[in-house]
Design a protein around this ligand. Structure first.
Ligand SMILES: Cc1cc2nc3c(=O)[nH]c(=O)nc-3n(C[C@H](O)[C@H](O)[C@H](O)COP(=O)(O)OP(=O)(O)OC[C@H]3O[C@@H](n4cnc5c(N)ncnc54)[C@H](O)[C@@H]3O)c2cc1C
Length: 791
């Protein structure tokens, strides 16, 4: 059952029928396209930030190109290409980096001069431009026609579409959606897909699901005919002016993404909002109009037919929302398309159809996965304030390590105020404020693509960690408690490593899917016979909890998120044993507390669970302390550690040092599409353990067949080159992947990085390491030296 007959619902119906489902019913409260879809501008671009997302949007274009021939219904698809221009030096760098990534993803793209851009788009002023790119495969479509074509294709495949039926509630049983309440009566169903656009948040709430999106007013103008505007005029984007253009009936359609947006629908979407628009607001549109008159002076005298203002929904991070809602089995969501729903509909519809039919996503969809959010993201005040910022992200500079400003601070460690007073510059992850680095004075250090202004502070923190001792506040780690008679059995079935260890022991393990890919990697501490504490990545709290809960089934085990009950202080560096010896009477020697063991100890006045481990490499302990004793512990450490060189350090240092230490991170090196063999993490797997586990069969098959994708470490030969992650990797001159992480190492005096190398056939280590590697940083190619492990 699909709720919503916009482009997304119709695309999902189309793709479900392509996968052989005949029992597809679309319920639309108004008429097909009557929500947001009918008034979209219809720009369809290919480039997305990641390989998977770009593959998805390219699939969409392929579909739009052929859909008319398949269904006989016009779509308005035109492969007119697009020109994106840059008028600031930073944007030029961004364009060059886009060109490099596009080539790596197989997208046709060309860096062109301002005068070439002017030839492709003659109405544009080019004297202040610095560069442009040309994407011949981009295009435009008529959103309403395209949706009708998808609906026609779906009907031809057996789907039914009922208009004028509103879904008013959900029928649930044992945490599953089993039916819908509608204005046409109750309807039983196997699963429901919420494709209800801006209505999805409030509708999701009725089913107990968090669908964090909020509407904002969104504008474009349409002019009367302008001489020189022809139907094959490319789409043009001027992100420095926040504006875009396309041809529309011989005139120009010009719209944009103003940096300060105007949220709408705070009290909910009005009843009967069907084929409706919002009142014109020329004041809100003024910054866009000003930029447009500058870029296309013909607009000063052109006659404007309409200033269209239609609401569209935006999410807290600017990515759309896809997947099965955690805690609400059988309820799937595809919503919050951030003004890219036409471009993404083909791919998103197909991916969600595969997820529904296959029971799990067919590829890594983490960027858009609904499980990247938690309950607090559904707060409407939060959403309203964030939407003011997220609409503008569309054309904002995509600076490395960019941090959003709104709705902060939200989640705070007990140390937040202390760290702030010591110069912490915070970043936000899953709502948590986390110190990125510590610097004197106040104010933010400007973003850059090159060597960042904060690097000297990070290097000083690296020095302390490697030569003295540093404390990292890692309270934001997600912590899950699995308890019950069957807790061990559940965990053994999920874990690739053997977690049947003595109470007090700790195990690092992969949680794999049936393809052998990482659903998570986490640390398990066995607290007792029937109790396990799982410590996992900050961003993974909802996702991991959902994955585990889904697999508990009828077993006698219960999972509780205890994240906020515990703080984690990581004390790292060669002086750590000396420091801890000053504040604890307990024996923390290697003999008393070896690797893999944990112990409850006294530290200052606090009672702490200590583990000898280090994510950043070198000697160190992670200290798990009840949140209410975190400040006490921190004060005890600093009271004792001054002369040992103790200092605070932040996440930029963690990231640089973990790359130096070869530690993989979930979301960068690890994800559902990477197996332990590919990631070089065989130690997270125990194929000989007594219990079978999910992914084991796939790992055995892959071990026999060999892998065509391997994680390598790289050191940049040029100490002046700066990589951030995401840069394409060239193997003997050919694109083979992108960097997953990069960081500047004080020890090596240069950037180090990691990334997957894809080969046609499995390669032996010697052949793999024997190739010539380089990375492309915005069009400049830098030689790199490969390693399986750094010397
Ligand atoms: C001004 C503007 C310009 C845009 N330009 C572009 C562009 O150039 N390119 C691009 O890719 N995107 C663009 N977009 C974005 C695009 O229009 C949307 O992302 C897309 O239409 C979203 O489709 P949807 O199916 O999710 O939502 P909708 O089209 O809103 O469909 C949701 C449907 O659900 C129905 N519904 C809701 N509640 C219920 C219920 N309880 N029961 C039954 N039915 C229900 C609604 O009636 C509605 O028809 C633009 C948007 C705007 C506002």
């Amino acid at each position: 059952m699909i709720v919503g007959g916009g482009i997304i619902g119709c695309s999902l119906a189309y793709h479900l029928t392509k996968l052989g489902r005949r029992d597809v019913l679309v319920l639309e409260q108004g008429r097909i396209t009557s929500g947001t879809t009918w008034h979209a501008a219809g720009l369809v671009g290919q480039m997305r930030p990641t390989r998977t997302m770009t593959r998805m949007s390219r699939y969409g274009i392929e579909l739009y190109r052929t859909l008319e021939a398949e269904t006989g219904q016009a779509t308005g698809w035109k492969a007119c290409g697009s020109v994106n221009v840059a008028s600031t030096p930073a944007r030029v760098v961004e364009l060059k980096r886009t060109v490099a990534r596009a080539r790596s993803f197989g997208v046709e793209i060309e860096l062109i001069s301002p005068s070439e851009a002017g030839r492709l788009w003659p109405l544009m002023r080019t004297d202040d431009l610095l560069a442009a790119v040309w994407l011949p495969g981009d295009g435009k479509a008529n959103p309403a026609d395209l949706t009708q074509a998808l609906a026609k294709g779906a009907r031809a495949g057996g789907a039914r579409i009922r208009e004028g039926v509103r879904v008013t509630g959900f029928i649930r049983k044992d945490g599953r959606v089993i039916g819908l309440e509608t204005t046409g009566g109750q309807i039983a169903c196997e699963s429901v897909a919420l494709c209800a656009g801006q209505w999805s948040r409030d509708l999701g709430r009725k089913a107990g699901a968090t669908v964090p999106l909020h509407s904002a007013e969104h504008f474009y103008i349409v002019t009367k005919r302008i001489p020189g505007v022809t139907p094959d005029l490319p789409v043009m984007r001027d992100p420095d002016g926040f504006i875009y253009y396309k041809e529309e009936v011989g005139g120009l359609l010009m719209g944009g993404f103003e940096p300060v947006a105007k949220p709408w629908g705070m009290g909910g979407i009005p009843e009967g909002f069907e084929f409706q628009l919002l009142p014109e607001d020329w004041d809100q549109f003024e910054p866009l109009m000003r930029a447009a008159i500058h870029r296309t002076p013909c607009l000063e005298t052109a006659e404007v037919r309409q200033l269209l203002n239609g609401p569209e929904s935006f999410t807290p991070d600017g990515n759309f929302i896809l997947g099965e809602a955690p805690g609400c089995r059988g309820l799937f969501v595809a919503a919050g398309f951030n003004s890219a729903g036409i471009a993404n509909a083909g791919g998103a519809g197909r991916l969600l159809a595969e997820w529904i039919v296959g029971g799990e996503p067919s590829v890594d969809l983490w960027d858009v996965d609904i499980r990247r959010f938690a309950g607090f993201h559904g707060n409407r005040t939060h959403l309203r304030e964030r939407t003011v910022e997220t609409l503008g992200l569309h054309y904002a500079m995509r600076w490395p390590r960019y941090e959003l400003k709104s709705v902060r601070p939200l989640r705070r460690s007990p140390l937040y105020d202390r760290l702030a007073a010591k110069g912490a510059r915070f970043g936000a992850r899953m709502g948590w404020e986390r110190a990125n680095y510590f610097a004197p004075g106040a104010g933010e250090i400007p973003y850059s693509y090159g060597r960042p202004g904060w690097l000297p502070y990070c290097l000083e923190e690296q020095r302390a960690t490697r030569e003295a001792v540093a404390v990292f506040d890692q309270t934001s780690f997600a912590k899950l408690m699995l308890q019950g008679r069957d807790a061990l059995a559940v965990l053994q079935q999920l874990s690739a490593n053997d977690v049947d260890v003595a109470p007090g022991r700790m195990v690092y393990t992969a949680l794999l899917n049936a393809r052998g890919g990482f659903e998570s990697d986490l640390t398990v501490i066995r607290l007792g016979e029937t109790a396990f504490l799982l410590i996992t990545g900050t961003a993974q709290a909802t996702r991991d909890a959902d994955w585990i809960t889904c697999h508990i089934g009828d077993a006698a085990a219960i999972l509780t998120d205890v994240t906020s009950a515990w703080s984690v202080l990581s004390v790292m560096g060669p002086q750590t044993p000396a420091l801890l010896a000053r504040v604890s009477r307990d024996d923390l020697s290697e003999a008393a507390l070896p690797q893999g063991a944990t112990a409850e100890i006294d530290l200052g006045f606090a009672r702490v669970r200590a583990a000898r481990m280090s994510y950043v490499g070198g000697p160190g302990y992670e200290l798990l302390v009840a949140t209410d004793q975190c400040v006490t512990l921190y004060e005890a450490l600093f009271a004792a550690g001054g002369d040992l060189g103790l200092r605070d350090a932040g996440y930029y240092t963690i990231d640089a040092l973990r790359v130096e230490a070869g530690r993989r991170a979930w979301g960068a090196e690890l994800g559902p599409d990477e197996t332990p063999w590919e990631a070089g993490l065989a130690y997270a797997v125990n194929l000989d353990k007594a219990a079978d586990f999910i992914g084991r069969a796939a790992l055995l098959r892959q071990r026999a067949a060999g892998v065509n994708k391997r994680l390598l470490m790289f050191s940049l030969d040029d100490p002046g080159a700066y990589a951030w992650g995401g840069e394409p990797i060239l193997m003997d001159g050919k694109n083979v992947g992108e960097l997953t992480s990069a960081g500047y190492s004080r020890k090596y005096g240069r950037c180090l990085a990691m990334g997957y190398v894809r080969t046609v056939t499995p390669l032996a280590d010697t052949a793999l390491l024997g190739a010539r590697y380089a990375i492309d940083i915005g069009g400049e190619v830098f030689a790199v030296t490969p390693y399986l492990k750094l010397p």
